[in-house]
Design a protein around this ligand. Structure first.
Ligand SMILES: C[S@@+](CC[C@H](N)C(=O)[O-])C[C@H]1O[C@@H](n2cnc3c(N)ncnc32)[C@H](O)[C@@H]1O
Length: 276
């Protein structure tokens, strides 16, 4: 990273993830909670699709280096990069003492201005990041530039065709309006404005597979087949309803991914290559 001041939108995202770094890392470890299950499932699906041997891999928006140990085990040389200094610090710390730590490089950096030469990576992972960018085009261009011809990009995007995402969005809007009215009348407390869902200053975007694919093609990348959709989890944890929502999660995650409703997964995984 160059050290020049970040534009204010990026700074807001960075501050949020600096604060969320430790809970984020802990969520990966915890079993029996939807958040961690979704993260681990996404990681499993991406690693399953990663070509072997992976070679030089950039994990951009890496969080606390959540893929690095698995990548090292596959023989990769890894660059984990994130806007959040705290995410990078925790990731580096978690790898300290790892026998292959010399193959893991950690750095603070922004996806739209990658500090790497052209065509240096065999693979790029971009998991759970695009939704926080005000504009994804520079990010896709930078991934295309730094990937070697014939290399592989695996990226994820929140799916705007997923009914559960629409339900989530509608519920967040309703809570915002109700809370604003209720607070105005002195009846209700405002929702926790530190929670990502209620943050109006941080993008939390959804995309159609077609729009992401179009931008990728414009950047010179070629999709490798249609996106794979996953995550049919119910979007809220409502304690009184939790037996019902847990049952939904189990049934939906088992039955929907390969059935006629497979496009309904809350997140899409797109595989791209750079024609050589
Ligand atoms: C939800 S976390 C995903 C972490 C990890 N990739 C995973 O799959 O669990 C999103 C990460 O993207 C990072 N991020 C957000 N905007 C970024 C940007 N413009 N450049 C680089 N990283 C960014 C955040 O700091 C955060 O660590």
């Amino acid at each position: 990273m160059t050290g020049r001041p970040l534009p204010s939108a990026e700074q807001t995202v960075k501050t949020y993830f600096d604060r969320d770094a430790a809970p984020y890392q802990a969520a990966y470890e915890r079993t029996g909670e939807a958040r961690g299950e979704i993260f681990r499932e996404r990681r499993r699906l991406l690693l399953e699709r990663l070509k072997q041997p992976p070679g030089r891999v950039l994990d951009i928006g890496a969080g606390p280096a959540v893929f690095t140990e698995a990548l090292l085990a596959l023989g990769a040389e890894c660059w984990t990069m994130d806007l959040s200094r705290e995410m990078i610090r925790l990731g580096r710390q978690s790898l300290a003492g790892h026998p292959a730590a010399a193959r893991a490089h950690h750095g603070v950096g922004e996806i739209g201005r990658l500090p790497f030469s052209d065509s240096v990576f065999d693979a790029i992972l971009c998991s759970g990041v695009l939704q926080y960018l005000p504009d994804i085009q520079p990010a896709i261009r930078e991934m295309a530039r730094t990937l070697r011809p014939g290399g592989q990009i695996l990226l994820t995007f929140p799916n705007n065709r997923a009914p559960l995402n629409s339900l989530h969005r509608a519920a967040v809007q309703s809570v915002r309006i109700a809370a604003a009215l209720g607070a105005g009348l002195g009846l209700l407390r405002r929702p926790d404005e530190q929670r990502l869902s209620f943050r109006a200053d941080i993008p939390n975007r959804f995309f159609s597979a077609a729009s992401v694919t179009r931008l990728a093609r414009e950047a010179g990348l070629a999709p490798q087949g249609p996106p794979q959709f996953h995550c049919h989890h119910f979007p809220f944890q409502i304690p009184a309803l939790s037996p019902l929502t847990r049952a939904w999660d189990r049934i939906a995650n088992l039955s929907l991914p390969n059935g006629p409703l497979r496009g309904w997964g809350r997140e899409g995984i797109l595989e791209l290559t750079k024609p050589g």
